[in-house]
Design a protein around this ligand. Structure first.
Ligand code: DOR
Length: 435
C-alpha cells in the first residue's frame, strides 16, 4: 500500500506552461497525491510530514521521456525496470515510455502488462509500455493493435529497427488512424547500414571504418512523410540525427501534416569525431553526426520543428559494450544527464527546455492528463525540482543505472535535479533516491 505523504515545497520558482520564462516564486502544499495549495512565497502552509527546500530551484512538471530501454524482460544484466526507473527519477522524469525491444518483445498483452506492473512495483515513475508495430519487430506481420490498445498502449514502434516494407507501413498507418494510436518510427533503411559502425563522412573514411550514411535515415523520413500525407495518420519520428531530416519535418509540419519528432542529447552534444578514440561508448544508432547536423537539431528544437528531447537511454552491460567497435551493441545512457546537457548546450531558456522535456512529450505519449501539467491546485503531484545553475561532474560509477555506458564520464555539466515528486510521493530528495 502506498503511504500517504503530506509535502511542503518552499522557496522555489514555479516554471510551467502558464508562467513566463522567469517562473513565479511560490510555495506548494501536496496531500493525497494532489497539489492542494499554491501560495505566495513565505505564506503560511498547513503542516507537512516532509519539507522540501527549493531555494534557487525551479519547480516544474516532471519530465516525460518518450524513449527508454529498460531491458526487462530478457536483458536484466544491463538494466531492470526498477534500476531504470530509479535513474529516471534521479533525472527528474516522472514518466518514461519503455521501448519494446525486450526479450520477449512487447508485442502481446501479457508482456505489456508485465512491464507496467513492474513499473508500478518499483514506484519511482510511471512506466508506460510501448508495443511493437510488427510481431517480434521482425517487419513481417502487424502486431495485434486492437488487443494492445485495449491493454492501454497508445504508442507503437519497432525501435531498433525501422519498418522496411512500405506496404506494411502503409497498412500500419491505416490501422493506427482508425484505432487512434500513434506510430513511432526508427528511421533507418537497413540495407544502407549493413556492417556500419559510425557516421559516413570524412572522419570514417580517415579511420577506415564502414560508414552509416545520413541518407539511410532521410529516405525513411521522406517515405513516411509521404505515407502520412496519403493515410492521414499521425507519426512520431524517433531520434532524428541529420540536418536534412530536420528540414523535411519542418516543411511537412508547415503543410499541416500530423508529425512529431524527438532529438536526443547525445545527438546535439557529440560528433562523429568522438569515434577517433575507437571507444564503443560512442557507438550509437543512429550514429553521432557532424557539427552541421548538431546545429540543425538545435535550431529544430528552438523553432519547435522537433517537439521533444528524448534520451534513447540504452544501457548495455560492460561485457557487451566493451567489445571491439564492430561487435559492440549501439547505445548509451541518458536519463540522469538529459536535463543538464539540455540546459548547458541548447542555448534555450529553462522554460523552453522543460517544454521539450515535459508537456510536449507528455501529450505525444498520451499522458497529458497527469504529466506535464501546470503546477496548480487540483493537479496530480508529478514534479521535478531542479537547480539550473548547480555544476556537477558526471561519474559513471555513481549513476543509478545498472550499466555504465555514459559517454559523458568526467564532463562538467550545469543544472541538477534536487527533488522529484511522483504521484504525491517524494522519490528523490536532495539528489538521493528514496526507494
Ligand atoms: O543506439 C541504440 N540503441 N539505438 C537504438 O535504436 C536501439 C538501442 C538499444 O536498444 O540498445
Amino acid at each position: 500500500m502506498k503511504e500517504v505523504q503530506v509535502i511542503n515545497i518552499r522557496g522555489g520558482r514555479i516554471l510551467d506552461e502558464t508562467t513566463d520564462a522567469q517562473g513565479r516564486l511560490a510555495d506548494i502544499h501536496i496531500a493525497g497525491g494532489v497539489i492542494t495549495e499554491v501560495v505566495d512565497a513565505g505564506s503560511k502552509l498547513p503542516k507537512a510530514d516532509i519539507d522540501l527546500d527549493a531555494t534557487n530551484c525551479f519547480v516544474s512538471p516532471g519530465f516525460v521521456d518518450l524513449h527508454v530501454h529498460l531491458r526487462e524482460p530478457g536483458r536484466e544484466e544491463s538494466e531492470t525496470i526498477e534500476t531504470g526507473s530509479r535513474a529516471a527519477a534521479l533525472g527528474g522524469f516522472t514518466a518514461v515510455v519503455a521501448m519494446p525491444n525486450t526479450e520477449p518483445s512487447q508485442d502481446s498483452r501479457i508482456v505489456v502488462e508485465f512491464v507496467r506492473a513492474q513499473g508500478e512495483r518499483a514506484g519511482l515513475c510511471e512506466v508506460i509500455p510501448s508495443a511493437c508495430i510488427t510481431v517480434g519487430r521482425a517487419g513481417q506481420a502487424l502486431a495485434p493493435y486492437g488487443e494492445l490498445r485495449d491493454a492501454g498502449v497508445t504508442l507503437f514502434t519497432d525501435d531498433g529497427n525501422g519498418v522496411q516494407d512500405p506496404l506494411l507501413m502503409r497498412r500500419a498507418l491505416e490501422y493506427a488512424r482508425d484505432l487512434d494510436i500513434t506510430l513511432a518510427q526508427h528511421c533507418e533503411v537497413s540495407s544502407l547500414t549493413v556492417g556500419a559502425v559510425m557516421h559516413e563522412g570524412s572522419c570514417c573514411s580517415h579511420l577506415g571504418l564502414p560508414g552509416w550514411p545520413a541518407i539511410a535515415e532521410e529516405l525513411m523520413v521522406h517515405r513516411d512523410i509521404e505515407l502520412v500525407r496519403l493515410t492521414g495518420s499521425r507519426i512520431h519520428f524517433l531520434h532524428l540525427s541529420t540536418e536534412r531530416s530536420v528540414e523535411m519535418v519542418r516543411h511537412a509540419k508547415a503543410e499541416g501534416l500530423p508529425i512529431t519528432a524527438e532529438a536526443t542529447p547525445h545527438h546535439f552534444t557529440l560528433t562523429d569525431e568522438a569515434l577517433r578514440s575507437f571507444d564503443p561508448v560512442f557507438k550509437v544508432n543512429p550514429p553521432l553526426r557532424t557539427p552541421a547536423d548538431i546545429a540543425a537539431l538545435k535550431e529544430g528544437l528552438r523553432d519547435g520543428t522537433i517537439d521533444a528531447i528524448a534520451t534513447d537511454h540504452a544501457p548495455h552491460a560492460s561485457h557487451l559494450k566493451e567489445q571491439p567497435l564492430d561487435q559492440a551493441p549501439p547505445g548509451m545512457l541518458g536519463l540522469e544527464t538529459a536535463l543538464s546537457l539540455s540546459l548547458s548546450e541548447l542555448n534555450m531558456d529553462a522554460q523552453a527546455v522543460v517544454a521539450a522535456l515535459s508537456w510536449k512529450p507528455a501529450r505525444i505519449a498520451g499522458v497529458g492528463d497527469r504529466h506535464g501539467r501546470p503546477v496548480a491546485v487540483g493537479e496530480s503531484a508529478n514534479l521535478a525540482i531542479f537547480d539550473p545553475t548547480c555544476e556537477w561532474v558526471v561519474d559513471r560509477d555513481v549513476l543509478a543505472s545498472k550499466s555504465k555506458n555514459t559517454p559523458y564520464h568526467g564532463r562538467t555539466v550545469c543544472g541538477k535535479v534536487r527533488h522529484t515528486v511522483f504521484s504525491g510521493q517524494v522519490v528523490v530528495r536532495d539528489g538521493v533516491a528514496q526507494r
